[in-house]
Design a protein around this ligand. Structure first.
Ligand code: HPA
Length: 246
């Protein structure tokens, strides 16, 4: 079972042949919405819209633990692909680009970011040297190549708290820290999948230049983000269908 978590711009998967929807509860509360089960090219897929199907849950209020728990423990997902829109910090990653990040910086705070809460259980420190699953990253890259979709391999993904966008000085700092792209949902999602030992990789869509990075430099405009996301998400769907026909 392949799980796909859709972010902004991907609240449904048009190429998913839906068989059923299931509302599940978890020991950590409710996931962002019902799990949508179906298939793409014969591959069983479970889809979940990270921000809810009406896009009503902001990044800092997403119940990441419930989402990951539901996909792995209820839907029995054996790998998870996260689709997420990001801002770009690196010059060559122009809006509309697809990127497979290889590293993470975490600036989030106050999010429940572990399944291991101590109590009667042993403290667990998972290895997170390489936050994304290499084999799944490679598969995503091959899928994009098979579809002739240009895709960038490797980027450092900075996760900010949101829901506001960054200041220009914050984006400068992220660059000094080594970040290439910035989004609000990469963490704790990735580490929660790691804690449950399920391969996880992200397919990021560059929606905009990071704050202060556009040549016009007069702010970030939501209408243009929307148009770029729409176009890039249809390319994302093509990559996902190639991944499913592997
Ligand atoms: N910053 C943070 N998250 C984002 C951005 C951004 O510029 N664009 C899309 N998600």
């Amino acid at each position: 079972m392949l799980a796909i978590i859709g972010g902004s711009g991907l609240t449904q998967l048009a190429n998913l042949d839906v068989s059923r929807r299931e509302v599940v509860r978890t020991p950590f509360g409710d996931p962002s919405g019902a799990l949508t089960f179906g298939s793409i090219g014969g591959q069983s897929v479970v889809f979940l819209a990270r921000h809810g199907y009406g896009h009503t849950i902001p990044p800092h209020l997403v119940n990441y633990r419930a989402n990951i728990w539901a996909l792995i423990k209820e839907a029995k997902a054996s790998r998870i692909v996260s689709v997420a829109s990001v801002g770009s910090i690196r010059r060559d990653l122009t809006p509309g680009s697809l990127v497979i990040p290889h590293q993470i910086l975490d600036y989030t705070w106050g999010r429940s970011s572990t399944f291991f809460e101590g109590g009667a259980n042993q403290v667990v420190h998972v290895d997170f040297t390489h936050p994304y699953d290499e084999a799944l990253r490679a598969e995503l890259l091959r899928a994009a190549e098979a579809m002739g979709e240009p895709i960038s391999e490797g980027a450092v993904y900075a996760t900010t708290q949101g829901p506001r966008l960054e200041t220009a000085a914050e984006v400068d700092r992220l660059e000094r820290d080594g970040a290439d792209i910035v989004g609000m949902t990469g963490m704790p999602e990735a580490v929660l999948a790691r804690e449950l030992e399920v391969p996880y990789a992200a397919l990021c869509v560059v929606a905009n230049w990071g704050a202060g990075r556009a040549d016009s430099s007069d702010g970030i405009h939501f209408e243009s983000i929307e148009a770029i996301l729409q176009a890039a998400m249809s390319r994302t769907r093509r990559v996902i269908s190639a991944l499913c026909s592997d």
